[in-house]
Design a protein around this ligand. Structure first.
Ligand code: SF4
Ligand code: SF4
Length: 245
């Protein structure tokens, strides 16, 4: 395994991976269910993990990020299980977000680069455990073409230099296939050139897919489920409906 990424490589990635994931501020849709915090900016849900050279770059640019201090046993387990080249970090919170100083993980969430069994990068898979909280995962049709292009280019840049990260994403894809087979559910991906494809459970055959294959989950199933979940969470309905037709 090689890890040849330097802080300047992460700078090159940050310079090239700036596209908005969509024209929606999706944090406004998930935050009412999470005490007003976008789910992916809250370490009780998602702990950002960066390579040490990425952390070095961030520290040279901003005081936004510090090492993450685990708040419970689950978080302690996550941190202690990290590869020695990685570090768990946390920012000052969504109100203080600095767009240019978001990590690669922030920019890419909720997507990861999906590899098939032959090791080909097919497109953007999702971190499936967030499906019940992340609005975007139920609405992947809003993802912009520029974002897809920049996402693929950013990760290909990383994989050319870091075979450890490449293997980690191949392993993650294999894990996704196992979960999909267990649940007998296809994996819906955003294809690397746009559009949708799906990976069938068990056979892992690749088939074309459409917007209709995107699974709407939990509170994002319909307006009634969303209104009920927001009420239960003690939140306020956003000014713009998250059901965008
Ligand atoms: S990506 Fe998902 S979790 Fe993050 S702000 Fe958007 S809807 Fe919320
Ligand atoms: S830097 Fe911004 S996008 Fe990243 S976790 Fe913090 S608030 Fe969220």
């Amino acid at each position: 395994m090689t890890q040849n990424m330097r802080p300047t490589d992460f700078k090159a990635i940050y310079d090239r991976f700036q596209a908005n994931v969509s024209r929606f501020d999706c944090g406004r849709f998930c935050a009412p269910l999470n005490n007003g915090q976008p789910v992916c900016c809250d370490t009780t849900h998602a702990i950002p993990v960066v390579d040490k050279p990425e952390f070095a770059l961030l520290k040279s640019r901003t005081d936004l990020w510090t090492r993450f201090k685990p708040h419970d046993a689950t978080a302690r387990n996550i941190v202690s299980g990290l590869h020695k080249d990685c570090v768990a970090v946390e920012c000052k919170g969504a109100r203080f977000c600095e767009r240019d100083n978001r990590t690669l993980a922030c920019r890419a969430f909720p997507f990861y680069p999906y590899f098939d069994r032959k090791g080909e990068l097919l497109g953007l898979g999702t971190y499936w455990i967030f499906a019940d909280r992340c609005w975007l995962m139920s609405n992947m049709q809003v993802v912009e073409r520029d974002f897809i292009k920049e996402f693929i280019a950013a990760y290909e840049y990383v994989f050319e230099r870091d075979t450890g990260e490449l293997q980690a994403m191949k392993d993650h894809s294999a894990n996704h296939r196992r979960v999909a087979t267990r649940n007998n559910q296809p994996i819906v991906l955003i294809a690397r050139d746009g559009g949708f494809i799906k990976i069938m459970p068990r056979t892992h055959e690749v088939r074309p897919a459409t917007e209709r294959d995107i699974v709407k989950t939990g509170p994002y199933k319909n307006p009634r489920a969303y209104a009920k979940a927001v009420k239960e969470a003690g939140g306020e309905l956003p000014a713009q409906s998250p059901f965008i037709g």
